[in-house]
Write a protein that binds this ligand. Structure first.
Ligand SMILES: Nc1ncnc2c1ncn2[C@@H]1O[C@H](COP(=O)(O)OP(=O)(O)O)[C@@H](O)[C@H]1O
Ligand SMILES: [Mg+2]
Length: 219
């Protein structure tokens, strides 16, 4: 298999991960600004979603519609359908022209939510990952980590109506957090764990230190 991640001139792929309310969306712009200041083209995106069709799949996934519960397998396949579309239409072309892609959630979230939270077999997820990503992996993943209860308080304070995932219970999010932490410790070269319970200022200082370090090693 051609390892496209090693092509010269290719951009880099950075993902932000963590449970609900840890501050991914809040800090996405901060990461993008750090990179833009260094003169690279930055593409800011999210999963599930990122293109019009993939965003339509996102709406299906997040809709609480209780009259027809979504099956766990349908959820998993929709997530990878959205991912396939997003990679094909947005992420791969951006990386190929040298842009840096910053994405709010990616496949680590699938292992955490559908694997840890829903209990879907890891091998099934890994099979779909291979099919859809063909070796493409994030170059850097910032895992925003904090205790579940405090993150849930932030979700409550954020005030919007809760989507299908945000309505899950604490044990679901504890399982999600544990999978994220396990993946981070098993792939330390890709992951940086950020203590997300700190003030926003301190979180951003930690993110900046990590990016600076990483940028230094990259350029
Ligand atoms: N470090 C922080 N300290 C306090 N509140 C925060 C911090 N980071 C984010 N928030 C707030 O917490 C809520 C959830 O943040 P958000 O970025 O939406 O989380 P996520 O995208 O990870 O679910 C928002 O209302 C946001 O303003
Ligand atoms: Mg968010």
């Amino acid at each position: 298999m051609l390892d496209e991640s090693r092509s010269p001139g290719r951009g880099r792929f950075i993902t932000l991960e963590g449970g609900e309310g840890v501050g991914k969306s809040t800090n996405l712009g901060f990461v993008c600004e750090f990179l833009a200041r260094r003169g690279v083209e930055v593409v800011r995106t999210r999963e599930p979603g990122g293109t019009p069709r993939a965003e339509a799949i996102r709406r299906l996934l997040l809709d609480p519609a209780e009259e027809e519960p979504l099956s766990d397998d349908a959820e998993l396949l929709l997530i990878f359908a959205a991912r396939a579309q997003h990679l094909e239409r947005l992420v791969r072309p951006a990386l190929a022209r040298g842009a840096w892609v910053v994405c709010d959630r990616f496949t680590d979230a699938t292992f955490a939510y559908q694997g840890g939270g829903r209990g879907i077999d890891n091998d099934a997820i890994a099979t779909l990952e291979t099919l859809v990503q063909r070796g493409l992996q994030p170059d850097l993943t910032l895992l925003l980590d904090m205790p579940v209860e405090a993150a849930q308080r932030r979700v409550s304070e954020r005030g919007n109506e809760r989507d299908r995932f945000e309505q899950e219970r604490a044990d679901f999010f504890t399982a999600v957090r544990n999978v994220y932490l396990r993946r981070a410790s098993s792939q330390p070269e890709r992951f940086a764990i950020i203590d997300a319970a700190q003030s926003l200022e301190d979180v951003q200082q930690a993110i900046e230190a990590c990016l600076q370090d990483w940028w230094g090693g990259m350029t």
